[in-house]
Design a binder for this molecule. Structure first.
Ligand SMILES: NC(=O)c1ccc[n+]([C@@H]2O[C@H](COP(=O)([O-])OP(=O)(O)OC[C@H]3O[C@@H](n4cnc5c(N)ncnc54)[C@H](O)[C@@H]3O)[C@@H](O)[C@H]2O)c1
Length: 362
């Protein structure tokens, strides 16, 4: 039996969710968005048969829909996911899971109660590099990973001034929340251990400086709120004794946009890295998936060759969600992991605000 999906949110991410579901054999039955121009433009662009003003209307018109895919601004993730789960639907939800750990816990509890799948779009786990690296990690070839460094730093990448991205009450935060992919990937490689201590500092320099606007993002809203951080540097210690350094920025004077997780294991180290070009992906961008080992008394760097995926796993991640419902693949992430991730995010903000290390509750 083929699944049916309803899409909620008619913004930029439909470029991946719609073809992603279709490539996995799922029928896209309708799209919901409160903004008429947005939904009309998007149904036309993707040939979606029906448009609705809300998730309520979509659910009323398609009682047999199996999946709700949520790609709205972050504040709406939790209420929409909970509504869809209570209606008995599986939910695929964009990152971040929610604005904080408490709402993510609520989503996880609702999924459990409904007996439905709740999966998040941590698409960087679905990149060919990440699948390859996880095979080395799972096979035991890297040993125990003691430490990792998670970096997503943009030199000039504020995604619009005064829109929902820079309004903390809608986004939950700036790059800490928006670029949490590498923290998630580092935790994935580390085995999603329980976080214990977090020490961090966020910075707001350049957050309202037009010289730091990204080449993508949403239109500026004159007079809109800009109350999020521009950069964060943090350190996490897990109950296992493992550690992770995390760095994220939308605006910081560094050489070039770097997206990477590096780790040090007891048998090998490794890195999954994308260095962006001056304007996104161009001929100067670099992808790297490498292992660092000692072989026959010599230090060796092993290049792992994988196909290039410019979509950075965004299609493959949707396919994994569908295949996990079909029972042919393990889900790439779980609600419990999302809760742990958001506990770290909460603690990064709390530590920065208090100037103290924060102990993360179990
Ligand atoms: N995984 C990734 O690589 C990636 C990349 C970019 C954005 N995202 C995430 O995807 C989500 C959407 O981002 P975007 O760039 O598409 O945003 P966007 O601003 O382009 O689009 C969001 C759309 O949601 C609509 N919307 C708002 N409230 C709604 C509601 N209650 N019901 C239905 N629709 C509603 C808006 O009208 C808008 O059309 C965000 O959570 C963002 O963090 C993920």
């Amino acid at each position: 039996m083929g699944f049916k999906v309803g899409i909620v949110g008619a913004g930029g991410m439909t470029r991946y969710h719609v073809p992603g579901f279709r490539s996995a054999g799922v029928e896209v039955v309708g799209l919901a968005d409160p903004v008429p121009e947005a939904r009309e433009r998007t149904v036309k662009l993707h040939g979606i048969p029906a448009a609705y003003a809300s998730l309520d209307d979509l659910l009323a018109a398609h009682k047999d829909v199996d999946i709700i895919s949520i790609l709205t601004p972050n504040k709406f993730h939790a209420p929409l996911a909970i509504q869809a789960l209570r209606a008995g639907k599986h939910v695929f939800c964009e990152k971040p899971p929610a604005l904080d750990a408490a709402s993510t816990e609520q989503m996880a509890a609702e999924a459990k109660k409904a007996g439905k799948r709740l999966q998040f779009n941590f698409n960087n786990r679905a990149r060919p590099e990440s699948f390859a690296m996880m095979e080395y990690i799972r096979s035991g070839e890297v040993g125990r990973i003691n430490s990792a460094q998670a970096v997503w730093c943009r030199r000039s990448g504020v995604p619009g001034f005064g829109g929902w991205f820079t309004d903390k009450s809608v986004s939950g935060g700036g790059p800490v929340i928006d670029l949490l992919h590498m923290l998630d990937l580092a935790l994935h490689f580390l085995g999603y251990p329980e976080p214990e201590w977090v020490l961090a500092q966020t910075f707001r320099d350049f957050i309202d400086n037009r010289d730091f606007r990204g080449p993508w993002g949403i239109p500026d809203v004159p007079g809109g709120k800009i109350d999020v951080e521009a950069a964060c540097h943090g350190f996490i210690r897990f109950r296992t004794g493992q550690v992770c350094f995390v760095r994220s920025s939308w605006a910081e004077m560094s050489e070039r946009e770097t997206v990477s997780v590096t780790f040090q294991g007891t048998k090998a180290g490794g890195v999954v890295e994308r260095l962006f070009g001056v304007d996104g992906i161009d001929e100067t961008s670099v992808d790297r998936c490498q292992l660092f080992t000692v072989e026959h008394g010599r230090h060796v760097n092993r290049n792992v060759i994988v196909p290039r995926d410019d979509a950075m796993g965004r299609l493959r991640s949707v396919q994994n969600f569908v295949r996990s419902l079909e029972g042919t693949e393990e889900p790439l992430n779980t609600p419990d992991q999302a809760v742990k991730l958001m506990k770290v995010v909460d603690a990064l903000f709390a530590s920065s605000a208090s100037g103290e290390p924060v102990r993360v509750a179990r």
